[in-house]
Write a protein that binds this ligand. Structure first.
Ligand SMILES: Cc1ncc(C[n+]2csc(CCOP(=O)(O)OP(=O)(O)O)c2C)c(N)n1
Ligand SMILES: [Mg+2]
Length: 900
């Protein structure tokens, strides 16, 4: 152990008179010496034990000790604890240099060829060592028959990932040449990790900052869920999430840290690439991001490993017996470190070491060049290897590695500068510098043009790279989807839901939950169902589900639940099936994503049903849903308590009239607004078939409501129409209709009442249609229209909506519990016929009757709108209509709800 000069704590220097001060210093020195001796004789474990005991004792004695979450600004793993590097450092450096070159050259060349096409070079250059050590020594492609480790990679580092795959022979030079050129007739490479675009390569979309950390945490938990439920084997499989230090500012990044520690997710390793910079500038110019993150992660119960200094610094630290080096390391803020990197050796000598003469002396024998090259921890394979080893072997908690790196490492004048994130090209001088610094064996002109380079197949580099991967089970950057031979329930499995409620008033939510309960009992797919709720189980009447399959709790139920004597008690179990996430829609969505892509990642076709308050779905976690779609996620999102007028009493923040607008923007999401339970049954049955038998990469959004009414039996032949998006529910009672009424969700019942009012009071005959999906109808119409546009010489096809309405005459009044824009999606094909009634505007607290009158979607408003329209068409007397408004109680002068 090094002996340091003992400096007395600052408070001793000022608080006491001189003589007393000297006594105190002597006393303190004695204690420290005794402690040093104890460690020297009995080791650091004994030191830690003694301190813990003393701390407890001090607290008992009323000593107010601050909670200390930070350790000194040094590496967590001490030099004496390090193991020697197991690989061939020289060859690995060669490989890394080639990856660096190809990553940089790919972006550089593309931007010369196609100015403005973009790409990033500085993120990967900071990450290279962190990834290479992993690829050569840690990332396993399989564990026996089981899939291997999962990698969540910084999206902006993808050029480096492609470059390595190129060396490994997974990607061709042509693909590299088509980086960010995905729309040519040659295979290209997507800008970032997108399984939608490169389904055989990428697994996890990560480029939207913050989604990768939260998704990785819930992925690790879902892996444990599958293991504890016996659906996959227990393995040593790890989830590695490489994230940016700037990215840690996103609330999603840090929001679920305690779940990971609570669940003891030692299958999870975060590597935070602490290059101290984000896009605009320093992450914490005036502080230290590594220290801030250390305290946060440690406070959240994670195992924290700091990798700050490379081996070059070990010798300096060992020689410094003044304690000044650590003092200087601690007093410098990240902005200082960045300046040191940019300004170089002379500045480092004067500014960093020169502050104290003893410290300046410490580096007197080093040249300026050497000072500028003092290596940081995240660029030192020895340090990184030891951190990874320690992380992989750690038990009982997730690990975060905080690795200090340099953004733009090796990029010459772009290195560590504020603008480095946006650099796309290197100057000729920097290119030449890069080529010689990393010893790239290509001619000057080729370097100038940014040509990729791959050494021959039998070169040491390629042989070594392949050998290392073989050792670790093969290439890891691959996504494969097996085929499943699942026995999917047929429609008759859902018979009780197709038959209606026999007059009993029930809600569609209740019907859906019963259906879920029924599905969970299916011998083939029951075990694959993953019900997910964010603390809304009781809202949706899921108590019986909790009893039936239990809530997943990795440690089982450690307490006796107070309601155990009751039939529907709160049952938690290690093999529980429900993921009760607590109040986190983001976390629930991350679970949904993990479960919905399990068919590819674990080769187990899990079927998630995530049920949530519809207002807090797409609006709240829309970007996570978008990423789930990119990940080719499958499953069912169920928006409960749906509708701006159906959820009574809750008011502005709760009443959802627009989730169907938001759902419509996700290309792989099929959104359905259901009125009756049989509609949900048909959609769920067909959805399971399409996703898990036919292998379609899509998911569903279904709205479920809490209004009780009798659920009718499914009309003959309605199945196809339900799936298509529209079917005639009830023809006009008294002859040929001159008007069409569209209704969705519970507003279908209002349309039915309007049908009756119109017939009985005004002798107007109307058909009533249930529209389950305006969005699906629109998509089909757009598709047909596009075909027509591209094939003008062929016979025009008619969109389904027009086919279905063949012979259905008169204006169409469409009423919905959602915004008017939802039915208006069909306006291009129903020109002049469509009148839309919807719930635009902020919600209010009141009951359904008042809400529907306010938003003008009740039966009376529908009937009035129909008459008004008939007047305009010259089919109804204007004065009679005006009178009808009064009779129906429709206030013609009230404020427009859209603006109220
Ligand atoms: C949600 C979101 N907001 C903004 C961006 C744009 N963006 C891309 S990279 C970046 C900076 C990343 O900094 P950091 O996480 O530190 O990664 P580094 O490149 O420094 O390794 C930003 C703001 C994004 N991709 N996602
Ligand atoms: Mg950064």
């Amino acid at each position: 152990m090094t002996t340091m000069k003992i400096t007395p704590p600052a408070e001793l220097e000022s608080a006491e008179p001189k003589a007393a001060q000297a006594d105190l210093i002597d006393e303190t020195t004695e204690w420290i010496e005794a402690f040093d001796q104890l460690i020297a004789e009995q080791g650091p474990m004994r030191g830690a034990q003694l301190l813990r005991t003393l701390t407890r004792r001090a607290r008992q004695a009323g000593v107010d000790l601050p909670i200390q979450l930070n350790t000194p600004y040094l590496n967590t793993i001490r030099v004496e604890e390090e193991e020697p590097y197991p690989g061939d450092r020289l060859i690995e450096r060669r490989i890394k240099s080639l990856v660096r070159w190809n990553a940089m050259a790919m972006v550089h060349r593309q931007n010369k060829k196609d100015p403005g096409i973009g790409g990033h070079i500085s993120t990967y250059s900071s990450l290279a060592t962190l990834l290479e050590v992993g690829f050569n020594h840690f990332f396993r492609a399989r564990y026996g028959d089981e899939p291997g480790d999962f990698l969540y990679l910084q999206g902006h580092a993808s050029p480096g990932v492609y470059a390595r795959a190129f060396l490994a022979g997974l990607l061709s030079e042509e693909q590299l040449d088509n980086f960010r050129h995905e729309l040519r007739d040659k295979p290209g490479l997507s800008s970032y990790p997108h399984p939608w675009l490169m389904p055989h390569f990428w697994r996890f979309p990560t480029v939207s900052m913050g989604l990768s950390p939260i998704n990785a945490i819930y992925q690790a938990r879902f892996m444990r869920y599958l293991e504890n439920r016996g659906l996959i084997a227990n393995t040593e499989r790890k989830i590695w999430a490489f994230v940016g230090d700037g990215e840690m500012d996103e609330p999603e990044s840090m929001g679920s840290l305690t779940l990971a520690s609570r669940e003891k997710l030692d299958n999870l390793i975060f590597v935070v690439n602490c290059n101290l910079q984000r896009l605009d500038g320093p992450v914490r110019g005036n502080g230290k991001i590594i220290q801030e993150l250390e305290a946060a992660f440690r406070g959240a119960g994670w195992n924290v490993i700091k990798v700050i200094w490379g081996c070059d610094w070990d010798e300096l630290l060992a020689r410094d017996n003044t304690g000044l080096l650590l003092k200087r390391m601690e007093e410098c803020v990240d902005g200082d470190y960045q300046s040191c990197k940019v300004k170089g050796g002379v500045y480092i000598r004067d500014y960093f070491f020169g502050k104290y003469s003893d410290l300046r002396e410490l580096v007197a024998d080093r040249s300026d060049e050497q000072l500028s090259r003092l290596r940081l921890g995240g660029h030192d394979p020895q340090k990184v290897y030891n951190a990874y080893k320690y992380a992989v072997e750690h038990r009982g908690a997730p690990t975060v590695i905080l690795a200090k790196t340099i953004k733009g490492y090796g990029l010459g004048s772009a290195e560590a500068r504020n603008a480095t994130h946006q650099e796309k090209k290197l100057s000729d001088k920097d290119l030449a510098g890069f080529r010689s610094r990393f010893d790239i064996p290509i001619p000057e002109q080729a370097a100038h043009d940014g040509e990729p380079y791959r050494p021959p197949e039998d070169s040491l580099e390629i042989l070594y790279l392949n050998e290392r991967r073989k050792e670790l089970g093969g290439y890891i950057l691959q996504r494969q989807v097996p085929t499943f031979d699942l026995k999917i329930p047929e429609l008759d499995f859902f018979a009780e839901f197709l038959d209606g409620s026999k007059g009993r008033a029930v809600s569609s939510t209740m019907g859906y939950v019963s259906m879920l309960r029924h599905l969970l009992k299916d011998p083939e797919i029951g075990k694959l169902i993953v019900p997910i709720v964010p603390d809304e189980g009781r809202t949706f009447g899921m108590e019986s589900l909790i009893r039936q399959v239990g809530i997943y709790a990795s440690q089982g139920q450690l307490y006796e639940p107070h309601d155990q004597a009751m039939l529907l008690y709160y049952r938690e179990a290690k093999d529980g099936q429900i993921l009760e996430e607590g109040i986190t829609e983001a976390g629930s969505m991350a679970s949904f994503t993990a479960a919905g892509a399990a068919y590819a990642n674990y080769r187990v076709p899990m079927i998630p049903f995530f049920t949530f308050y519809s207002m807090f779905g797409f609006q709240r976690v829309g970007d996570l849903i978008w990423a789930a779609a990119d990940a080719r996620c499958r499953g069912f999102l169920v928006g409960g308590t749906a509708g701006r007028t159906t959820l009574a009493g809750e008011g502005l923040q709760h009443l959802d009239g627009h989730s169907h607008v938001l759902a419509s923007v996700v290309p792989t999401c099929a959104a359905y607004d259901c009125a009756y339970v049989y509609e949900i049954a048909v959609i769920v049955q067909d959805g399971i078939r399409r996703m898990f038998k036919e292998g379609e990469d899509r998911f569903y959004y279904i709205t479920a409501y809490n209004e009780d009414y009798p659920m009718p039996e499914m009309p003959e032949g309605a199945r196809e129409g339900i799936l298509r998006g529209i079917y005639k529910y009830k023809a006009a009672p008294g002859g040929k209709a001159t008007l069409q009424l569209f209704g969705s969700g519970p507003i279908l019942n209002e349309a039915l009442r309007a049908q009756q009012i119109l017939a009985e009071k005004y002798k107007v005959q109307a058909d009533v249609w249930s529209v389950t999906s305006y969005n699906q109808l629109r998509r089909e119409a757009l598709e047909t229209e596009r075909w027509n546009r591209l094939h003008p010489a062929q016979k025009e096809k008619r969109p389904q909506i027009l086919e279905v309405l063949d012979g259905a005459d008169g204006p169409i009044i469409a009423a919905t519990d959602y915004m008017k824009i939802v039915p208006d999606q069909l306006a291009p094909w129903l020109s002049g016929r469509l009148v839309t009634l919807g719930t635009d505007g902020f919600g209010r607290s009141d009951n359904r009757q008042h809400l529907r009158r306010h938003f003008e979607v009740n039966a009376d408003s529908i009937a009035a709108a129909a008459l008004s329209r008939l007047v305009r068409d010259g089919k109804f007397d204007a004065r009679k209509a005006q009178k009808a408004f009064q009779d129906l109680g429709v206030d013609t002068e009230k404020i427009d709800p859209a603006r109220a």
